[in-house]
Design a protein around this ligand. Sequence first.
Ligand SMILES: Cc1cc2nc3c(=O)[nH]c(=O)nc-3n(C[C@H](O)[C@H](O)[C@H](O)COP(=O)(O)OP(=O)(O)OC[C@H]3O[C@@H](n4cnc5c(N)ncnc54)[C@H](O)[C@@H]3O)c2cc1C
Length: 284
Amino acid sequence: MTAQTFYNPGTISEILDLLDEYKEEAVIVNGGTDIVEQIGSGRIRPKAILYIRNAGELDYIREENGAVLIGGITSYRSMLESPLCRQFGGLRQALTEIGSPPIRVVATPAGNIGTSASGADCNTALLALGASVVLSSKTGERILTLEDLFSNPGKTGLHRNELIRQIRIPINKAARSSFIKLAKRKAQDIAQVSACVCVEAEGGICQKVTVSLGAVAPRTIRAKSLEEKIVHRTLAEAVAAVKGIIPAEASLRNPKNRPYKEAVIGVIVGRALKQAYADGVGRT
Ligand SMILES: Cc1cc2nc3c(=O)[nH]c(=O)nc-3n(C[C@H](O)[C@H](O)[C@H](O)COP(=O)(O)OP(=O)(O)OC[C@H]3O[C@@H](n4cnc5c(N)ncnc54)[C@H](O)[C@@H]3O)c2cc1C
């Protein structure tokens, strides 16, 4: 480790004070499954490491005002064990695909957002579910949808003095969601391509849909061009309409991967749609 000082703040207020004091030169360590390797290898050299896992007030999952609220240090395992998170089928599927059980004990959705890797599984599910984040700093708070956060310029859209204090997932009883990940291995592997769909249907016709894709652009994207092909159609029509389509929002820059990704995007979106319908969309 190359950092000068290690801090173990126990409250949100202490974290915000330290972020304000060190600004660009502090780094937050949550579960550490992404960032510790970067610090250890010297790729980043922060002056201060803020290990936030002892700020217990950031560890919760609760329902409030029509949304499920998840604290900034809450782990994937806590989410998988939570009856409140179980209602989001696509999220549950994404969480079970992340790393392995030991990784899920420590790793967090806040860390997935903080890193914003191209194939980040939790981000892909949260984006389709219309989630937003509460970002706190010493100067105040802003609430952003993940869609806005991921389309911000900069690596993650986060300011360096900001803490991801909370993630909010709106509850929509009429919707069903589903997540599909293609990877080289069944476990401990990052996505080659992933998709999450969140659908509302009536009389077998899709009324509303959100489609998010992982590993087809530098960050997780929402594929509105695919959504347009799905909405107001039956399941069979929608599956046929997305087959072989490369969404305009994708940016497949590596020519080596391009043919594979192009071939599978529509297929996994179609599979995710079928799963969401099989799970009962339109029957509530
Ligand atoms: C073996 C292995 C397998 C993996 N498999 C997968 C996988 O299948 N799918 C997948 O998506 N990822 C995978 N990952 C990556 C990683 O586990 C996830 O991205 C995880 O969500 C990171 O969470 P964390 O709490 O460990 O983040 P950390 O490493 O602690 O932090 C990551 C980044 O987020 C910032 N950050 C963390 N919390 C906050 C906060 N509350 N406020 C502000 N900034 C914050 C940190 O400063 C850092 O920049 C894997 C990693 C490993 C080591």
